[in-house]
Write a protein that binds this ligand. Structure first.
Ligand SMILES: [Zn+2]
Length: 463
């Protein structure tokens, strides 16, 4: 009975609002921009939608009824304490939550609110918060940029500061879920069961603010402007990419990511968790791709002892360029032919020839005296003799090709660019630990195609 009345009311309300829209458009006059018309109708129908949503929600709440009490985790019951209406801001505009009921336990004081499920954690609806967090991780630049984008696409008024704090709160939930998964690896459900998977790991740097500076300037949460004389510093972000490969070593299906500033050992556990999600249990072969950094191979030996270790081709070639520039100089005509020749040797598996060439260059340049800058060509050459020697067992490229083992060629590098650089590196960008972690986690969630699944929550609690 009551719902029939509600539906009749809504219909009347709806017709009135549509009439108003039509009248307003009639008053536009003879000349107006066509896009203005569309924008106006779009705005007005959003407001209309907010009314419909409110009716829908009230109907739903009334159908599920209001219990006299609800169970309390302490074992007692929480008694009904009254209705507390409130308004929230949805993607359709402001809306009331009239059927909102408070319950309280007399024993432990615990409280439950029913009829609040449309709301997120603050003044916005759950969906609005998800979209705000989505924009915060996706839109480059300062959070104010995300705020402008939301205004333009959704008509949602939310300031940059609020975008930032919603990202932080949502990011914390992703981090907490990741920590639970790491703590219980046997409960990680594989999303697929490929025969072979590849795991790529790399590090990159982001601009960080000095934590002491943060405390002194009392700036809160997330990104902090780089003002002031106090030192900024760089912080390494570790990123992994996991994907299934076919018999030829070609990537099949989607790539998934994980990124954090956490120490190497913590990161190692997360890489395993990500690999478990992608079918590590059942994969008969794991290929581990990385740059030459020692921590990466330590991680591989510790967490993936049976993996085939491959020095990412892209990084190997990068190092040849570094050597060439140190020896010939950036502008020399000899640079490119030299690099190309060594690249060919690496490709053919003649690693020893490459090492001999670099060693000869290092010898000719001589030892750098103590205290020389890291960028000194002599040091670069010496370092690279070490780099290629230490990694020679991971540079059997002809063998990898024959066995259908991927050699990287940019997958690992572009993972870093994709997850980290394209959002967290920009002119003047400085992050604090928590803000960067939140955005990294939101980004890997989205880029791994897990965004919707992660936030979906059952409405069962409303019943
Ligand atoms: Zn209780």
């Amino acid at each position: 009975m009551e719902s029939a009345k509600l539906i009749a009311n809504l219909t009347v309300h709806f017709v009135q609002m549509v009439k108003k829209i039509l009248e307003a458009v009639a008053g536009f006059g003879e000349t107006y921009d066509a896009a203005t018309l569309e924008e106006f109708v779009s705005e007005q129908t959003r407001a209309l939608g907010a009314v419909v949503l409110e009716y829908c929600w009230v109907l739903r709440c009334r159908e599920s009824g209001r219990p006299r009490s609800v169970a309390c985790p302490c074992g007692r019951r929480r008694a009904f304490k009254g209705r507390i209406e409130r308004s929230i801001r949805t993607t359709l505009g402001p809306m009331n939550l009239p059927e909102r009921f408070r319950y309280r336990c007399v024993v432990c004081g615990g409280e439950t609110i029913l009829g609040d499920e449309l709301r997120g954690e603050g003044d916005f609806s759950e969906l609005a918060e998800r979209l705000i967090a989505y924009a915060g991780q996706a839109v480059g630049g300062m959070f104010a940029q995300a705020s402008k984008t939301l205004k333009r696409f959704l008509g949602l008024e939310v300031c940059g500061k609020t975008v930032e704090s919603i990202c932080l709160r949502r990011g914390r939930r992703v981090i907490a879920a990741e920590e639970r998964a790491v703590a219980a690896p046997h409960e990680v459900k594989p999303e697929e069961n490929p025969r072979r998977i590849a795991v790529g790991v790399d590090g990159s740097l982001i601009g960080r603010v000095d934590p002491a500076h943060r405390r002194r300037s009392s700036a809160k949460n997330g990104k902090v402007s780089g003002k002031g004389k106090l030192a900024n510093f760089w912080k390494e972000v570790k990123t992994c990419v996991v994907y299934a490969i076919d018999a030829a070593g070609k990537a099949t299906g989607r790539k998934t990511y994980y990124s954090t500033q956490a120490p190497h050992d913590v990161f190692g556990h997360k890489v395993v968790t990500e690999a478990l999600r992608r079918g590590l249990h059942t994969a008969s072969e794991v290929v581990f791709l990385g740059d030459g950094a020692k921590w990466i191979w330590n991680l591989c030996a510790r967490e993936f002892p049976k993996a085939v270790q491959v020095l990412d081709w892209y990084h190997a070639v990068e190092h040849l360029w570094e050597v060439g520039r140190a020896h010939f100089g950036e502008t020399s005509e000899l640079l490119t032919p030299w690099v190309k020749a060594r690249e060919g040797e690496l490709y053919e598996g003649r690693t020893e020839t490459v090492i001999a060439a670099i060693r000869a260059m290092a010898k000719k340049a001589g030892m750098a005296p103590k205290g020389t800058a890291e960028t000194d060509p002599r040091l670069i050459l010496q370092r690279n003799v070490g780099y290629f020697t230490d990694n020679s067992s991971r540079m059997k490229y002809p063998e990898y090709r024959k066995r259908g083992i991927p050699t990287g060629s940019g997958v690992v590098e572009s993972a870093c660019r994709h997850v980290v650089a394209s959002r967290l590196k920009g002119p003047g960008m400085r992050w604090d630990e928590e803000g960067a972690e939140a955005i990294l986690h939101l980004r890997t969630l989205e880029l791994s195609d897990r965004w919707d699944a992660f936030w979906e929550k059952s409405l069962a609690g409303a019943a």
